[in-house]
Design a protein around this ligand. Structure first.
Ligand code: MIG
Length: 627
């Protein structure tokens, strides 16, 4: 297998890996203890590129930036951010030699990947107990394959989960969901699922349904299913503290919740108000919480998304009291600017505070949450994934390597910015490297108002990602495919997705089974200098290359072909353009209703006819795009 395992201290068992390797006797000299924390220091050659780290900002090549593994509920993904919702401690340094590294550690990890000093990597762990793996292989793809073998097979959802999904925070009642379904029907645009965000619940209480908003939920689910449309409800990590609420009461009675430092149930506020937090690190809690999903699967639900599982904490009562006391003492005082800033920030600092994470405890008080923070979303996904009926769709916001075996992930609260199309593209290979195959971003952008052009250009990328979900935040402009003028162009793009479903599904399945990447950086296949620097196109399987347009007011874009390829444009049920292009740089036109795709020499991509949704899709192959 070509993997060496090193152990430092007594690591917490994360179950991130599935193969038990012998522990090497001598550890590498680039790892040391610095003030009781593990510290890694390596040097970089000029030609070294760094790949991996999963859900992170930055380019495909991760060199020249800082990152942090600390699952973060941060809804503003600006360039300088160091941590998003995932903790994916796998990376490859590739230059004269190609070596992969995996840090199996549940706490915070700080990465300086040639930022402070250009040819130095320093990585510091907040702790001294960790397993460290060095993964060898002939090339990047082999290193990835070996690593993925170590961490176990990726989750694959049922085929309908590759259909187009429409979401919004929130379609709050049956009428609003009906309007979405009608909107798609009238515009004759395919649709597979409608997502239910938090407002379908009664007071945001997990496993409840507001039956004024959704009377006869079960028959409504069945009615939609007849049309080939599925509802996908959200479940949040925290459980509302309310006397008489069975989930809360069972949790208290059976010690299923995380404790505070005094041994009482830890409490903090999220959407439902004051909540308790299931201790997903306990096997019995996982089983209990996972089995609760049967209340919804019994009503015909076949897919879920799970949220707020970093966990996101809006505030704790202690934190709130401290802030109020602080502010009170200054009331009426003459504040200087610095005092004022401190005063002003008291309340915004309350959310996701380290103090609260330190007060939260797992496994009957044995571990402070802060030290094992990155496992929370992972263990929630695991508990749910282990209890759901086979072939249920599941995707999570927070994740840590290991959770890829139980569910997919979406990449959280992006914004309707052009740069986030590119960010979406760049994350795909690094997520695949870390085991996440069923993944995608909020297409059209979550925060902010989206323009018609942005949504349709974004779709030209999302038609290739396993999770293809249009989602947007409360208060933003409607961005359903029928919400804009000339929605025929949206139909033309979304229909292409359905033509590709047999190919995409088989490819994802093959990648999950064989530990391969669905989206690869050009540099993993082509060794020329320009391929190494190409950051805005990726390879799709072994067959193709995708090159979305990610800038406004453009009739197309510049693409780089590392070898001769055949350029196709697809629109609706038709292939509207086919052209052999030589190796080199080209400008290609891409109209708003077209999907560009480059097929590699000697390869082919099968297409079926488009359909209304996956249940009604005839997956017979009707033609091939040949390279
Ligand atoms: O604090 O459920 O990332 O997709 O729409 C916000 C409401 C909570 C965050 C998720 C987003 C979802 C939203 N949630």
């Amino acid at each position: 297998m070509n993997i060496k395992k090193y152990r430092f201290g007594e690591p917490f068992c994360t179950d991130s890996t599935v193969i038990d390797l012998p522990i090497e006797k001598e550890s590498p000299d680039y790892i040391s203890l610095k003030e009781d924390n593990l510290f890694i220091s390596m040097s970089l050659n000029d030609s070294d590129a760094i790949y991996g780290l999963g859900e992170q900002m930055g380019g495909i090549n991760k060199r020249g930036r800082k990152y942090r593994s600390f699952c973060s509920d941060d809804p503003c993904h600006t360039e300088e951010k160091e941590a998003l919702y995932g903790a994916h401690n796998f990376f490859i340094i590739s230059g004269e030699t190609t070596v992969g590294y995996f840090i199996d550690f549940p706490g915070t990890v700080h990465y300086d990947m040639g930022f402070t000093v250009e040819d130095e990597i320093t990585i510091s762990l907040e702790g001294k107990d960790a397993d460290f793996y060095v993964i060898n292989g002939e090339n990047e793809l082999e290193v990835v394959k070996n690593f993925r073998e170590l961490i176990g097979k990726s989750y694959m959802p049922p085929m309908w989960a590759f259909g187009y999904q429409q979401s919004r925070w929130s379609y709050a009642n049956k009428e609003q969901v009906d309007a979405v379904v009608d909107g798609y029907e009238k515009a004759d645009i395919p649709l597979d699922s409608v997502i239910l965000d938090i407002d379908y619940m009664d007071h945001y209480k997990d496993f409840t349904i507001d039956d004024k908003a959704f009377p006869n939920f079960e028959s409504y689910v069945a009615e939609l299913k007849k049309k080939g449309i599925r509802l996908i409800p959200i479940i949040d990590a925290g459980v509302r503290c309310e006397d008489g609420f069975d989930v809360y009461e069972e949790g208290v009675k059976n010690n299923y919740f995380c404790k505070d430092r005094n041994g009482d149930d830890f409490k903090a506020a999220v959407w439902p108000g004051i909540c308790c937090f299931p201790d997903y690190l306990k096997a019995d809690t996982r089983k209990w919480f996972g089995d609760k999903f049967h209340t919804l699967t019994d009503k015909g639900i076949e897919g879920f998304w799970i949220d707020m599982n970093e966990p996101a904490l809006f505030f704790s009562m202690e934190g709130f009291k401290k802030a109020v006391d602080f502010v009170k003492q200054y009331n009426g005082e003459d504040l200087d600017c610095w005092d004022f800033f401190e005063y002003r920030d008291q309340f915004s600092k309350l959310s996701n505070s380290i103090d609260d994470y330190k007060n939260m405890h797992h496994l009957d008080g044995k571990y402070s949450h802060y030290d094992v923070h990155n496992l929370y979303g992972y263990m929630m996904t695991r508990g749910v994934g282990e209890c759901l009926p086979k072939d249920t769709l599941l995707f999570s916001r927070a994740s840590c390597i290991g959770s890829h075996r139980y569910g997919g992930i979406w990449t959280g609260d992006n914004t309707s910015w052009w740069s986030h199309i590119l960010l979406n593209l760049r994350m795909l290979p690094s997520l695949n490297m870390c085991g996440y195959i069923y993944t995608g971003a909020d297409c059209g952008g979550f925060n902010g108002n989206a323009s018609r052009e942005l949504v349709i250009r974004w779709m030209q990328l999302s038609v290739f990602t396993p999770l293809f979900r249009n989602h947007s935040a409360i208060g933003t402009r409607n961005q359903e495919a029928y919400a804009f003028s000339n929605n025929k162009e949206f139909k033309d793009v979304i229909e292409v997705r359905y033509r590709l479903i047999p190919y995409l599904y088989d490819l994802a399945k093959k990648c999950a089974e064989n530990n391969e990447m669905m989206f690869k950086p050009l540099a993993f296949e082509y060794k020329d200098a320009l391929s190494k620097e190409t950051d805005d196109q990726v390879l799709l399987g072994d067959e193709a290359m995708i090159t979305p347009v990610y800038e406004q007011n453009k009739s197309g874009r510049t693409v780089y072909l590392p070898e001769e390829m055949t350029f196709y444009k697809l629109s609706g049920n038709k292939v509207v353009h086919k052209e052999k292009l030589e190796k080199g740089v080209h400008f290609v036109n891409v109209a708003l209703n077209e999907v560009p795709l480059f097929v590699r020499k000697g390869k082919k991509i099968p297409l079926c006819n488009t359909g209304k949704n996956v249940d009604n899709l005839d997956t017979t192959i009707v033609e091939y795009l040949e390279g």
